[in-house]
Design a protein around this ligand. Sequence first.
Ligand SMILES: [Zn+2]
Length: 89
Amino acid sequence: MRVACKIEECNIQGDDEPTIDPDRPGVCAICSRCGDEALAYGTGEKSIRRALMSLREECSRGEDNFYVAEEDGAESRMPDPVVKPWWQK
Ligand SMILES: [Zn+2]
């Protein structure tokens, strides 16, 4: 299933296990289902994707979830399904 994750910018430090600290800019992805957090360095789209990847590894608990960034306009980027009138089906 699709799990929306809140993306927050934060400062993190540490190499193996990043922790929140006013050191380096990073992003924090927060799972909307269980509240798990995953951190990644940087604030670009790649960093967000990396945070979502580790969130998937860490908190899906065997579920085949697809973690996506929950941000303004994220839904509207997906084209709306075209609903055909009944006589065209
Ligand atoms: Zn989770």
